[in-house]
Design a protein around this ligand. Structure first.
Ligand code: NAP
Length: 250
């Protein structure tokens, strides 16, 4: 059974893996044999994810790290290399919303979203680029959003940050392709997590009308696409954005 695993002994860093989409990605990668580095500001949640991964027989390292802080990210990557000697996969998943119409949006709401959603992906990608280049292999996936493709009222900061990580993924795909590193983005639509639980019933009902597959996504819908993109089956795919949105955006 172990022989059939897609990611046996690979090392994957997943940011924002204490809950939601990040946790589902971490567990899905571990089920396929990867050891997981869980990076989050929510230490308790991160430890719970680690327990689940260890129960699958895989290694799990937990780091209480704010991914918008380059010093903390660099320290984390150094420790990962000390422990595992390699980094095969980076999933830039941590993200937040601070919604407001532009006329009411505080500068701090703009800055916070840019730092946590966009600068974080720069910090983490930069930190893993050198070890991946030396290995001549690696997979980086940025978890963007359909909002980064089409925009949304009240989400100018979020949309700009998500469009930003799509541009980052495409540039890194070109830069790192000669070293055997694939970089892609996933744009989820409406996925059932704590982030979307906060939305009102009216907004949810309105959203559902716009989804051809007529259901909200599960975290596993995103995790399965991550598994595909980090597998050999997607070896010839780089610089792409894959929408996981039930057909919301076409
Ligand atoms: P979530 O449930 O809020 O989980 C995000 C995790 O990231 C939380 O554990 C959060 O900790 C952590 N985090 C926040 N700021 C951080 C920081 N500075 N450093 C490290 N970790 C941090 O979100 P989700 O719904 O799973 O979303 C995951 C990603 O998918 C996000 O990038 C989101 O934009 C994207 N996405 C989600 C949807 C959706 O429908 N849910 C759709 C499109 C895209 P705290 O809880 O303590 O803040």
């Amino acid at each position: 059974m172990v022989e059939n695993m897609l990611l046996k002994d690979k090392v994957a860093i997943v940011t924002g893996a204490a809950q939601g989409i990040g946790k589902a990605i971490a567990v899905a990668l571990a089920r396929e044999g990867a050891n997981i580095v869980i990076v989050d500001i929510n230490l308790e949640g991160a430890k719970a994810t680690a327990r689940e991964i260890e129960s699958l027989g895989r290694g799990a390292l937990v780091f209480e790290v704010d991914v918008s802080r380059a010093d903390q990210v660099n320290e984390m990557v150094k420790k990962v290399l000390d422990s595992f000697k390699r980094i095969d996969i980076l999933i830039n998943n941590a993200g937040i919303t601070r919604d407001a119409l532009i006329v009411r949006m505080d500068e701090s709401d703009w800055d916070k979203v840019m730092e946590i959603n966009l600068k974080s992906a720069f910090n983490c990608s930069k930190a893993v680029a050198r070890p991946m280049m030396k290995q001549r292999s690696g997979k980086i996936i940025n978890i963007a959003s359909v909002i980064g493709l089409v925009g949304n009222v009240g989400q100018s900061n979020y949309a700009a940050s998500k469009a930003g990580i799509i541009g980052l993924a495409k540039s890194l795909a070109k830069e790192l392709a000669p070293r055997g590193i694939n970089v892609n983005a996933i744009a989820p639509g409406f996925i059932k997590t704590e982030m979307t639980e906060r939305l009102s019933q009216e907004v949810r009902a309105e959203m559902l009308k716009r989804i051809p597959l007529a259901r909200f996504g599960d975290v596993e819908d995103v995790a399965r696409v991550v598994l595909f993109l980090v597998s050999d089956a997607a070896g010839y795919i780089t610089g792409q954005v894959l929408n996981v949105d039930g057909g919301m955006i076409m």
